[in-house]
Write a protein that binds this ligand. Structure first.
Ligand code: UD1
Length: 453
């Protein structure tokens, strides 16, 4: 029998220490709001329901939640009376749900899907409550997991209530739990706020379950996974941890990175094996790079596809909609937006290509600009296969340049150029023999006259 899964994400907290107008859980790690990282990990468990508990700036969080998890139910917790109270808010939308409820925190973005899978495994093995624990280097304010002689979980003690011996325990509560739904909401009804903080502690469900003779278990993970974000310093630490994890995974998949610590990925970057990434490359969202491509130093890529054998950079910028074909070359100080480069096409230096289609093998000379915007509308440029665009040309869109056409350097192209035609669209050069020397003499004489008078 397959067990259904629900996610209950706690995202009500204000996050005072972030010192921000933006709700804490909407701050981003690798370009994605923190709470969405937690949800994405949870999605590995194929949840049939997602409930998000909002509080501070509830409407704003709910709107962001719909973008990431359409169909998620948002419930508002007001006032916020503790983690147990927060989970109780999910009881009405889950009233008809039977299965496992995963409780995740919106400010804990680094939990791995495989860790949640291990927790589900313990549930299947018979534990009513499974808690994710970690050995803390500095346990400080974390709840302590008190285990019994058989390694089962006996209870969770919050730091404020812990005895000196209990405070010696380094196995701490991450806050993530997996609980049978019926058990969870039944036990939460019996949780009180008779404690040091005057809050309804979710953690009390462990002791209550044990009192009913139910088994509770701990799954352990590394401290890096359970890192919670309370401040901008924590946010930077979470970003660094995410980047390190992603760099290692890329190298393990066969990506060469010369200085991995200088390369920054987005949450969704897709890089195939045998890509070479030079130092200081930055990825925005939506990038796919096929095997055999080379990304040279100081390039910035976002919303684009790079095909096999293409070479990007150094110092290139690929913006959304750039599609760089097999063995194509985009060189230094070249910006490409919403443009397709065919197989082997080249723009090697100092060029802007926007809203364009570049045929296979075309060569775009240094300083070429597609003039795609008239201040109101964007217009398209089409460059045929094998065309040659001389340096410093302005292609005023809509522009059509046929296969094999040649554009003379410095041209301003305003009319279509048919295939194999040579287009010259610039002032005609006139050489006046000796006139430079004469002009120099005249200017010199004028200056001397001015200096005397
Ligand atoms: C909680 C745990 C503690 C654990 C720690 C890990 C309890 C009683 N204690 O501590 O054992 O070691 O997390 O970080 O559960 N939240 C709400 N509504 C509330 C209160 C909290 O949505 O009324 C959310 C917060 O936004 C946050 C999460 O729950 O995402 C944890 O709250 P926080 O106050 O940080 O944790 P503690 O209760 O101190």
């Amino acid at each position: 029998m397959t067990v259904e899964t629900a996610l209950c994400l706690l995202a009500a907290g204000k996050g005072t220490r972030m010192r921000s107008d933006l709700p804490k859980v909407l701050h981003q790690v690798a370009g994605l709001p923190m709470f969405a990282h937690a949800l994405n990990s949870g999605k590995g468990c194929n949840p049939s329901r997602i409930v998000i508990v909002t509080g501070h700036q509830s409407a704003r969080v709910a709107e962001a939640a719909q973008a990431v998890a359409p169909g998620a139910v948002c419930v508002e917790q007001s006032p916020q009376l503790g983690t147990g109270h927060a989970v109780q808010m999910a009881a009405p939308p889950l009233a008809d749900f039977e299965g496992d409820v995963f409780i995740l925190y919106g400010d804990t973005p680094l939990i791995l899907p495989e860790t949640l899978e291990r927790m589900a495994g313990k549930r299947r093995a018979g534990a009513a409550v499974v808690v994710l624990g970690f050995n803390a280097a500095d346990p400080a304010g974390y709840g302590r997991l008190i285990t019994d002689d058989n390694g089962g979980l006996d209870r969770i003690v919050e730091a404020k209530e812990a005895s000196p011996e209990e405070l010696q325990v380094t196995l701490c509560n991450s806050g993530v739990m997996c609980v049978d739904s019926r058990t969870l909401f039944r036990l939460l009804d019996n949780v009180t706020n008779d404690n040091a903080k005057g809050e309804y502690y979710l953690t009390d469900v462990v002791g209550l379950a044990r009192a009913e003779g139910l088994a509770c278990a701990v799954v352990e993970c590394g401290e890096d996974e359970t890192m919670g974000v309370d401040s901008r310093v924590n946010l930077a630490e979470a970003e660094a941890a995410f980047q390190n994890r992603t760099r290692l995974a890329a190298m393990e998949r066969g990506v060469t990175m010369i200085a991995p610590e200088t390369v920054f990925f987005s949450h969704d970057t897709q890089i195939e094996a045998d890509v070479i990434i030079e130092p200081n490359v930055v990825f925005g969202p939506g990038v796919h790079v096929a095997g055999g491509a080379t990304l040279r130093a100081f390039s910035h890529l976002e919303g684009c596809t790079v095909h096999s054998g293409a070479v990007i950079g150094p110092y290139a910028r690929l913006r959304p909609g750039a599609d760089i074909g097999e063995n194509a070359k985009i060189g230094n100080f070249v910006e490409v937006k919403a443009a397709t480069f065919g197989k082997g096409a080249k723009a090697n230096h100092l060029t802007y290509v926007g809203d364009a289609t570049i045929g296979a093998g075309a060569n775009i000379g240094a300083g070429t600009i597609t003039c795609n915007y008239d201040g109101f509308n964007k217009h398209k440029t089409q460059i045929g296969a094998g065309a040659f665009i001389g340096s410093n040309s302005a292609l005023v869109a809509p522009a059509q340049i046929g296969d094999g056409a040649i554009i003379a350097a410095g041209s301003v192209i305003t009319r279509p150029v048919e295939a194999d035609a040579l287009a010259v669209a610039r002032g005609i050069q006139a050489n006046k023999p000796g006139l430079a020397a004469k002009l120099r003499e005249k200017l010199k004489a004028m200056k001397e006259y001015r200096n005397k008078t």
